[in-house]
Structure formats: C-alpha cells, structure tokens
Design a binder for this molecule. Sequence first.
Ligand code: CAA
Length: 382
Amino acid sequence: MDFDLNDEQRMIRDLARDFAAGEIAPIAAEIDETGAFPYATVKKMGEIGLLGLTASQAYGGVGADMVCYVLAMQEISRVCASHGVIMSVQNSLVNYGLEKFGTDDQRQRILTPLASGQAIGAYSLTEPQSGSDAANMRTTAVRDGADYVINGRKSWVTSGPVADYVVVFVTTNPKGDHRDTMAIVVESDRPGFARGKTEPKLGIRASATCELVFEDCRVPAANRLGDEGTGFKFAMTILDKGRIGIASQALGIAQAAYEASVAYAKERHAFGKAIAEHQAIQFMLADMATRIHAARLLTLRAALKADRGERFTAEASMAKLYASETANFVTDKAVQVHGGMGYSKELPVERYYRDARITEIYEGTSEIQRLVIARHVLGSAA
Ligand code: CAA
C-alpha cells in the first residue's frame, strides 16, 4: 500500500496541526482541569472545516478522504484528546451516517448545518443495560400517525449535553432483536427530550458526556434513517468508520506522550548523564516508537480501504485495538520516563495517561474488537 501523502492530505494535516498549536494548545490544560466544554474552539473547528471534513461539499462538508481525516484527527488529538473525540463523533458517527443512510431532505436539513459546523451532533446507541451488547436496546419508538413516540433512557452520549441533533437507535419491539431496531434523528429542542446526568470522567474531561431521557418524545417519521429494522446494522456500519477515528485519536495521544518523553530524556540527567543515554530509557523509547509506527500503518491501511470503497470492518477493529493499546502502553511508559514529573499536573504527561484510557473502552472495548477480528479470521462474520 502506498502511504505517500498527496498535496491535499499534507495541506489538511498542516491546517489541523497549525490550528491545534495556535488555538487549542493554550487552553488544553485549563479545560482538562475545569471540564468546561470548549465552545469557542469547537466553533472555529467548524469554520475551518474540521467538523465536516469527510462530508460531501454538496452538504456543507470539505469532501476530503479518510486519510485526510486520520491525519487531522491525530494532529488535533496530539494537542487535546477532548477536541479529538468531539471532532471524531461529529465526522464519523453523525455526518457519515446521515450521508450514507439519509434521504436528500435529511441531508439538506440536518447534515448541512452539522457538516458546515453550525450545529453539533451526537450518536446515541448505549443504554444502561446495553454497552457491549448493543443490540439489547430498550428505548422504544411507537408509530403514531406521521410520528414516532420515543420513550427510554440512553447513556454515555458523547457531546450529548451540547448536541443540536442526536442520531438515536431505538427498538420498535422491546421483546425482539436487532431486526426490530431503527435509527432516528431527534432535534434537541423537541418536547420530551431531556439531558440527564453528566458523567464526571477520568480523562477527555472537556468533552461533554451525559444520559439522554426520552419521555413521550414525538419525532416525525421523516427523521427516520432508512427503514424500520435496519437500526443495528446502520449502527455497526457507522461504528466501522468511528473506530478509525478513535484509532487516530489514540495515535495522537501516543505521539504527544512519545515526543514529550524523547525531549525529557535528552534534558533530564541522572548518574552523570542524560537519562536518554541509559539503556533502560532507550529501550522504552524504542518500544514506544515502534508501536506508534505500527499503529499508524494499521490506521492508514483501514482508511485507505475505506477510501477505496472496500469493506473495512476487520481493518478498523485492528487499527482501533492496536492504536488504543499502544496509546495506553506509550502513555504509561511516558509517565515512567518522566518519573515524579510524569505524575505531576505541572506537565501534560499525566493528562495523556488519563486521556488514553477511554480509547480502549468507547466505540467497542478491546475485547469487542478482538471478537470482531476473530469472527473475520474464522470466516464467521456476516
Ligand atoms: N457492518 C454491517 N453489518 C454488521 C456489522 C458491520 N460492521 N456488524 C454486524 N453486522 C450485522 C450482521 O451481519 C448481522 O446481520 P444479519 O442479522 O443479517 O445476519 C447483524 O448485524 C447482527 O450482527 P451480530 O450477530 O454480529 O451481532 P452481535 O449481537 O453478535 O453484536 C458486536 C456484534 C460486534 C458485539 C456489536 O454489538 C458491537 O460492536 N458491540 C460494541 C458496541 C459499541 O461499539 N458501542 C459503542 C457505543 S458508541 C460510542 O462509544 C461513541 C462515543 O462515545 C465516542
């Protein structure tokens, strides 16, 4: 596979890098501390196209390929993983689903404000009793004339507290299975829609996460994506792209921790020489560099397959699995290289360590990625 970047890919990577350095870096530590959602920088990300990077230009997006998306996601996450997940959810979980499965009316009405950065979107699959077992959803939609009436509770919704539009996965038969599920877009100003408790989190603290509560929430059937019965498959198809986004986020976090470690190892002295001259440190840096390189190749491979229009389910899971485990490995070693300073809030290394942890959990745990990969290896995946 050819990973030479073309002009557009280099330009978008550099745009994201400059934006992250100029606009996000000055606030990254502060918003981690306060947990405040970064409205101003998210708005600016929308203005320069980062919230609609892969959506078509016809619907307000940039129309860039998945390789551009991977590169930009890494640059943003390298500086702030909270901005990274906000960008990832909007692009790959919300915009992509709307463009792939929506009608032209839905794309004009809902995708366009999202892709052009004028609105924020969320994707709501998880429920209190259904995390990894995503098909086991209990939020119901009952058809009533031209509407659906939605009741239930969703949890762990990234960008839920700030979203204007939420892609919600519901069942039309709570005793049924995944063949009874559907996806529907709910505008956040609809009566019966409420935001529940906000999650206090270990990492990615400036991204907003909450429960969503639906009480007789009436939504027009014109907001349904596809047909009844297709919701779970849509959710899985969308997550394939989402997992490339989270792999890229993990890579960005790992890269930041690695770069900080190399710099610190050259500057910190122990036993009469820079710690970079001690083999114990060199071996850690070598392992960090090698794993990051391998994770990057896996992530670009998944993105290239997606750009070619080929099925990339297994490749996305491999990229997400390896990149998220790499982020946790690298940030752990980065704390070790930094010693006491790695444990201090004076440096960003402890933030990288906390931010990395979620990448092995959301959009499918490492165990779920292994399950998906194993099904493909064994030929039992549909
Ligand atoms: N693409 C298209 N279709 C797919 C698919 C995919 N990737 N994966 C499964 N399907 C289809 C299957 O072909 C099957 O179709 P048929 O009924 O026609 O045969 C159907 O979906 C059911 O598939 P499975 O039998 O494989 O379903 P399962 O119940 O065994 O579950 C699973 C599979 C992989 C475990 C899935 O439940 C899963 O991915 N779980 C993890 C959920 C997850 O990632 N949640 C993340 C929440 S969102 C989030 O985290 C966002 C955020 O905050 C940032």
